[in-house]
Ligand binder design. Structure first.
Ligand code: HEC
Ligand code: HEC
Ligand code: HEC
Ligand code: HEC
Ligand code: HEC
Ligand code: HEC
Ligand code: HEC
Ligand code: HEC
Ligand code: HEC
Ligand code: HEC
Length: 309
């Protein structure tokens, strides 16, 4: 039996057995309870941030998520403790089951296999049913990022770095790139691969290109850190160090005193000086690689093999 049915059956049983009381007249309990009966004692939980949500319009709404409320209300009216229908002591898995009894579709369909569910994160770690602060999706904070930052400190630190996606400016959220319910994608990203995710917004990087730069095709995060860095353009490292990770050794361009490859008939770079490097020329000045290799994400020029155009 699905949990919602179970809850409804339990409520029905309570009703048949004499029901919960009308709290104004505890001596003569009526056969049924309604939300107004709870109001006197639970004003705060029944404020606008609950009543304006769809949950408030559910038939027998309180009973959809709280157990034994009829008995609870009856006991409370009689000055006894009775069962306390709190979700606070519940395990994450129990809370998740309660919510999933209705939300088992769409974005939440694979929640139980997500890293969040597996690490005992509950729906109520991010959502508040009675005191939501966000405009949509009933989150615990105004923006999704602030909800996420309560646990993801490292991403928060990165978002404060000089180069970042406009998350802290409020133009994007974590949910622009992640579906925090999704157990079907690695790292819960909203695409079949990291690159597919990036192409959604950076369409010009999709190609196809006549000349592809292998690491670009493979994974944008080889060079970019999407959560923020202190190098411009979200780069993992500054230029030319970033390129040197792969291109320093064994390359004719860098390995000898003459790195200008003049024999290939290409323009000679003006000699600049950055002392301390084995090869001293302007190619090693900050940003230098990008000065000549302007199309390093891929080139469609017939002579773009070196991404120079
Ligand atoms: C006469 C006052 C009274 C009435 C009427 C009443 N309650 Fe309560 N309720 C309380 C008190 C007091 C507590 C705290 C009990 C405790 O923690 O020991 C409580 C606790 C709860 C909790 C758990 C709160 C938590 O901290 O998680 C829920 C849920 C709840 N009530 C729902 C309802 C619903 C639904 C109704 C209406 C059907 C209702 N109550 C009617 C007095 C009342
Ligand atoms: C969709 C599920 C759901 C429904 C419907 C629902 N509640 Fe709750 N209730 C919760 C959850 C989850 C919490 C834990 C706190 C939170 O998430 O806001 C909670 C907490 C409470 C609390 C404790 C409030 C607090 O601030 O700690 C009270 C009281 C309460 N509910 C009463 C009610 C009453 C009365 C109704 C019916 C009018 C109701 N609830 C309907 C899920 C629900
Ligand atoms: C009895 C069915 C039912 C249960 C149980 C239930 N919900 Fe809902 N919920 C709904 C319906 C219906 C809507 C409105 C339609 C929709 O958005 O899917 C809704 C909407 C929502 C929304 C979307 C609000 C928005 O602005 O888009 C959130 C978030 C949500 N519920 C969270 C929860 C959480 C968390 C729980 C468990 C504590 C829960 N629900 C339990 C039926 C339920
Ligand atoms: C890690 C945080 C987190 C957890 C855990 C979480 N949610 Fe959400 N949920 C969100 C965020 C963020 C959004 C808004 C998504 C967006 O803006 O696209 C959302 C949106 C929703 C919506 C609105 C419709 C939609 O899919 O966008 C529903 C319904 C919902 N969540 C239900 C649930 C239920 C049920 C659970 C538990 C099974 C749950 N959520 C667990 C963060 C969370
Ligand atoms: C209650 C704490 C909590 C909150 C709130 C939370 N997370 Fe998580 N999240 C975790 C835990 C625990 C993990 C498991 C890995 C770890 O320890 O970092 C995780 C993992 C992740 C992962 C990596 C998943 C994987 O497959 O490795 C992503 C992505 C993520 N969270 C995104 C989000 C987003 C987006 C939000 C806000 C909408 C959010 N989280 C809110 C606790 C949380
Ligand atoms: C521009 C897209 C984008 C945005 C915005 C974004 N992320 Fe991510 N996130 C990613 C990608 C891509 C990965 C890495 C996936 C991989 O390595 O396979 C990732 C990975 C993660 C991980 C897993 C980290 C790990 O080391 O395993 C967490 C946690 C996470 N993101 C949380 C967040 C939070 C919290 C926010 C909001 C502050 C956020 N992300 C915003 C794209 C994004
Ligand atoms: C949901 C849309 C979206 C997705 C998905 C997305 N981005 Fe962005 N990206 C943006 C926006 C918006 C900006 C800021 C543009 C601006 O400020 O002009 C941006 C800026 C950037 C910048 C330039 C930053 C700067 O300082 O100018 C880089 C690099 C970048 N994104 C890389 C990525 C990578 C890598 C991915 C995939 C992991 C990705 N983006 C996914 C929307 C997105
Ligand atoms: C080999 C390293 C590398 C890889 C891999 C890479 N990029 Fe870049 N990206 C750069 C460099 C270098 C810059 C320019 C920095 C500058 O202008 O100083 C840049 C700049 C950008 C910019 C901002 C300026 C512009 O050209 O629009 C965006 C957006 C961007 N990259 C997206 C992506 C996406 C999407 C992917 C994956 C398809 C990707 N990058 C893969 C190195 C890389
Ligand atoms: C993660 C490793 C990696 C990084 C980082 C990287 N590249 Fe590459 N690059 C490659 C690979 C692999 C090739 C293909 C080599 C081949 O086909 O022989 C390549 C090819 C090239 C080529 C064309 C040369 C050729 O022989 O086809 C140029 C030019 C180039 N990269 C420039 C750069 C620049 C500039 C940077 C820094 C912004 C950079 N690369 C960063 C791995 C990398
Ligand atoms: C002044 C222009 C210029 C600058 C600056 C420059 N390059 Fe080049 N690069 C070229 C030209 C022209 C070629 C074409 C073939 C050649 O000369 O070897 C080339 C070829 C390459 C090749 C492929 C051939 C080889 O030697 O492996 C790689 C890789 C490369 N450059 C990487 C880089 C990196 C990394 C930087 C920054 C440290 C950089 N280049 C700076 C002009 C430049």
């Amino acid at each position: 039996m699905r949990r919602s049915l179970l809850v409804m059956t339990l409520v029905a049983a309570v009703l048949v057995l004499g029901g919960s009381p009308a709290f104004a007249q505890a001596s003569a309990p009526p056969a049924t309870w309604s939300v107004t009966d709870c109001q006197g004692c639970h004003e705060k939980a029944l404020g606008p941030s609950f009543t304006q949500t769809k949950h408030a319009t559910l038939d027998q709404s309180c009973a959809k998520c709280h157990q034994s409320i009829g008995e609870h209300a009856k006991a409370q009216m009689a000055g006894e403790k009775g069962p306390v229908p709190s979700l606070k002591g519940m395990k994450a898995s129990q809370i998740n089951q309660t919510c999933l009894s209705c939300h088992e579709k769409d974005n939440q369909a694979s929640y139980l296999s997500s890293m969040h569910a597996r690490r005992n994160v509950a729906c109520t770690s991010c959502h508040s049913v009675h005191a939501a602060k966000s405009v949509k999706a009933q989150l615990k904070t105004k923006n999704d990022a602030d909800t996420c930052y309560t646990c993801h400190k490292s991403e928060r630190a990165k978002s404060m770095r000089t180069s970042h996606h406009p998350v802290r400016e409020g133009k994007m959220g974590c949910a622009s790139c992640h579906n925090p319910h999704d157990g079907s994608q690695p790292k819960m990203i909203k695409a079949d691969s990291v690159n597919e995710l990036c192409y959604k917004c950076h369409t010009e990087k999709r190609g196809p290109f006549l000349f592809e730069h292998a690491p670009v095709r493979e994974d944008c995060t080889t060079c970019h850190e999407p959560h923020g860095t202190n190098h411009k353009r979200l780069l993992q490292n500054k230029l030319p160090n970033l390129c040197w990770n792969c291109h320093l050794t064994g390359s004719g361009h860098f390995g000898s005193g003459d790195n200008l490859s003049t024999e290939k008939g290409v323009p000679v770079a003006p000699t600049g000086a950055v002392s301390g490097y084995p090869t001293v020329n302007s190619r090693f000045v900050e940003k230098s690689c990008k000065n000549c290799h302007v199309n390093l994400h891929g080139s469609n020029s017939p002579s773009g093999a070196f991404f120079l155009r």
